[in-house]
Design a protein around this ligand. Sequence first.
Ligand code: GLA
Length: 384
Amino acid sequence: MSRISDLQERFQVFAGRPGRVAFAPGRINLIGEHIDYSAGFVLPASLALGTWTVAAPRDDRNVRVLSEGQNETEMFPLDVTPKAASRRWSDYVAGVTWALQQAGCKLRGADLLIASDVPMGSGLSSSAALEVSVAYALLTISNASLSPLEIARAGQRAENEFVGARCGIMDQFAATHGQPGRAIMLDCADYSWQSAPLPATHRWVVANSLVKHAVADGEYNVRRAESEELIDYVRRRIPQRARLSELSGAEANELMSGLPATLARRLRHIVSENRRVHEAFAALTSGDVVLLGQLLFASHESLRRDYEVSCRELDVLVEIASGVPGVLGTRMMGGGFGGCTLTLVEEPHVENLREQLRLHYVQSTGKEPDTYICEFGGAGGVLA
Ligand code: GLA
C-alpha cells in the first residue's frame, strides 16, 4: 500500500471520513548557519523526509488534531490566539491556524492527522515541515490559497509569535521552495534565490547527536537579540551598510575593535559565514567539492568558537568524521546546542563513515548516534 493510501486509511479510522493529504519536507543546510535572521544568505536543500498532514473540514469552528508521533489528540478553537500557547507540540498547529488567518485566509474547522519521519529537535527542521504541511492542508480544505512565500512567512510567524521561537525564514522557505537534487541559495533580506546542483559523486550524511535542542529555549533567542544589537550598532557606525552581510573584511575588523569581545566574535561569524555561503555556491556550481568541504570545516569552527552554538557532543561527531577517509568536510548543522552534524563524503566511504561515527561516539558519550544518508526531495504541497 502506498504511503498516501495508508495515511488516508488511518485518517478514515480517526475522523470517520476521507481526507486530503499535504506534505512538507525537512531540510539540510549546506552552509549559512545562524545568519538567516540577520538578513544573510543560506544554502539549504530539501529532503525526501518530511511531515504529512491529512485533513477534512468540520462543521463547527474547532480544529481537532491527532499527532501520531506524540500519540495524542488535542482540540482548539479556530479563533485561537497566541495567549493560548501551551508550550506543547500543538502550539505549532494552533500557531499556523492563527497565522494563516492573520494573513487574511478564511479557514474552516478541521480534523487533522499528522505523521512525520523527520526526527524532532534533530536540526532537520521538523518544526517547519510540520508548519508548512499543516498550512497546505488547512488551506486546501478551506478552498483558500497563499503563495509558497506567504506560506513560508505564515509558518515563521507562527513560530515567532505563537510558539515563541524567534527563528529566521530558512527552514520554512526550504519546505516551500525546495528543488529535487539542488541546493537553494536564499537571500534572506529580499527572498530572492537561485539554485545549484548537489554533487552527484558524493553523499551528505547526517549524524544525530541525540542531544535534543529546543529552538524555543533561551540561547537561540539570545543569539538573535545579539545579532539585532549588532545590526543597530553597524547602522549607527556605517549608515550606508544596511546589512551585516555587506560589510567588507576591513570594515568588520574595524567595527570589531569597538565592540565587547563576545559581540565582536558574533560579528566575525556573521560576516565570515556570509562570505562562505557565496564561496560554497560558486563551488557547487563549478563542482569543486574539495573547496566545499573546506568551507564546511571552517563553518563549524566559526560556529563553535565565535558564535558559540555548538556543544561537546557535536564537536565529538565533527572530530570523528574529520579523521575518516573520504570525508571532505563536516560541521554542526541547524540551530545547534544539540541536533545533528552534516558530513560531505565520497560515496564509497559512506558505510565506513557511519560505522566510525557509531563506534567512537558510543565510546565518547555512551550514546549510539542515528545516521542518515540524505535523499533529496522537492517542495511541499497537496499530494492527494
Ligand atoms: C533553526 C532556525 C533557522 C535558522 C537555523 C540556524 O533551524 O529555524 O531559522 O536560524 O536554526 O541557521
